[in-house]
Design a binder for this molecule. Structure first.
Ligand code: GLC
Length: 480
């Protein structure tokens, strides 16, 4: 009885925890061995780049949401047309006729991301507003339309250019694709005014129209899976497009979903994997077979999770370009990376390109600084797995996958520099006598240690204490 009670309490705890972070607790292990292999590889590479880019960047507003008639903070309209919804949408859609990112140079992005130690990229091929950053045949609301000035540029099919440039640099390639499409007449039927983020008619009542939407979505994903080279991740956003049976009413935004919005993920995934064997499908928040990893947003789970996951977090405050956005410090970004991987997750860091097609100088300098740190610590980042107690005060624990090395990180205080004390106790870490301990920043210095109960105490030579040991976080590597 007591066991059942404990199990029940644990289950409730896990559920509450999952809901709080808005990710699922019903993970399904993929049965396809190619998917398993790709997933395992993806878990080893830890650090990726996300980009939100579209015509909304021209106004420097939040991506897509201002055309969604929900009364929420992030859906606020800005600008001269804000007083009338339909005028606003017209002006928003008209941004297509001025989008001309002539500074677009994906090789430059790939080089900067690679130098920072990033190893995969996820790029918005289409956000909720429906504007396609790829050369779809399903609509003219796209970057390669003659209406869009950039269409005459040799790099007009920007998604393809981004994927090719990053693939050349060895990145895994991911397509962000929004299932909901607020431009498509099969999703927001112009016959009715839209009311919120959801489909604006009852798919059960108008099955042909919904079927057209299913085909529209299928065809666009098919284009991405056939004309854009080798793809590794299909990152599907807009979790309100989901079968009604999967709605979790304990999650607030899911309570607003009135209609069944089943787009037949089985058919889409089958086609996608026929073209891209082993493809990871990430049907965000729709737990089950088509959510190969889960994606907490702007948050880091407090403890490790059993299944593969990734935190997507913005480098600035916004997903899309906003002039003078406030960027997180390199110190914070390195700490985030370490906390995420110490719980077994991946870090997908977002940058929003400007309307001219470049990143801010701050974004480049953050990546450069991360890169300098990664060159010293890379072996203690890639191919690692969690090591209890994971995080303890300003210490983060990790170990290599083969368990031959442990990495004990000491994080800096509020400043960039790590100041080491005379000794550090590694709680519950047992190190055998023959182990070798070095500080990755000064690998030649010998570090002494002794066992104390079930813990290990390492003594830091005064040289290392007095001189600055390193930036953001330093790592002791313990070779067993
Ligand atoms: C949030 C935003 C959405 C963005 C997504 C990325 O859900 O509302 O616009 O694409 O985060 O994870």
């Amino acid at each position: 009885m007591k066991k059942i009670f404990t199990a029940f309490i644990l289950l409730m705890f896990i559920k509450a925890h999952a809901q709080q972070h808005n990710f699922s607790d019903k993970y399904v292990v993929p049965s396809d061995t190619l998917v398993q292999q790709k997933l395992a590889h993806w878990q080893d590479i830890k650090f990726g780049l996300l980009m939100h880019w579209g015509t909304y960047s021209e106004w420097g507003i939040v991506e897509s949401w201002s055309i969604c008639p929900e009364d929420e903070g992030w859906t606020q309209r800005r600008g001269p047309y804000a007083a009338n919804y339909f005028d606003y949408v017209k002006a928003y859609e008209n941004l297509q006729t001025t989008f001309n990112p002539t500074k677009f140079d994906p090789d430059k992005w790939a080089a900067a991301a690679k130098d920072a130690g990033m190893k995969y990229v996820v790029f918005t091929t289409k956000h909720h507003d429906g504007f396609c950053m790829f050369d779809t045949k399903q609509t003219d609301y796209k970057i390669t339309s003659p209406k869009t000035p950039f269409s005459t540029n040799p790099k007009a099919n920007v998604a393809k250019e981004v994927f090719d440039a990053f693939r050349k640099d060895g990145f895994m390639i991911g397509a962000y694709f929004s299932k909901p499409d607020w431009h498509c007449p099969y999703y927001w039927w112009p016959y009715f005014p839209p009311k919120d983020r959801n489909v604006n008619y009852d798919p059960k009542k108008y099955p042909e129209r919904w079927n057209d939407f299913k085909n529209y979505t299928y065809s666009q994903i098919q284009e991405l899976m056939t004309g854009y080279g080798k793809m590794d991740i299909l990152w599907l956003d807009g979790g309100w497009v989901r079968p009604k049976s999967t709605i979790d009413t304990s999650v607030e935004w899911q309570r607003g979903i009135v209609y069944d919005q089943d787009i037949d993920m089985a058919r889409i995934a089958k086609m996608a994997r026929q073209n891209q064997p082993g493809l990871l499908v990430v049907d965000r928040t729709v737990s089950g077979e088509f959510e190969n990893y889960v994606t907490p947003e702007q948050t880091i789970p407090a403890t490790p999770m059993e299944h593969p996951w990734e935190s997507c977090i913005t480098m600035g405050n916004s997903w899309s370009y906003v002039p003078h956005d406030h960027y997180k410090s390199t110190n914070d970004l390195v700490h985030m990376l370490l906390k995420i991987i110490s719980r077994g997750g991946n870090f997908l860091l977002n940058i929003g390109p400007s309307p001219e097609g470049d990143w801010s100088d701050t974004a480049y300098s953050r990546l450069k600084e991360i890169g300098v740190w990664m060159k010293v610590h890379g072996n203690g980042v890639y191919n690692t797995i969690p090591l209890a107690p994971y995080e303890d005060g300003n210490i983060v624990y990790l170990q290599s996958k083969d368990k031959k090395n442990m990495y004990v990180y000491v994080l800096s205080d509020k400043t960039n520099d790590v100041i080491l004390p005379a000794s550090i106790t590694l709680s519950n870490i047992v190190v055998n006598k023959k182990s070798k301990i070095v500080l990755l920043d000064s690998p030649k210095e010998k570090i002494k240690f002794k066992s104390e109960g079930g813990s290990t105490v390492i003594s830091i030579p005064s040289k290392l204490q007095n001189k600055v040991a390193g930036n953001y976080a330093v790592a002791f590597k313990i070779t067993q």
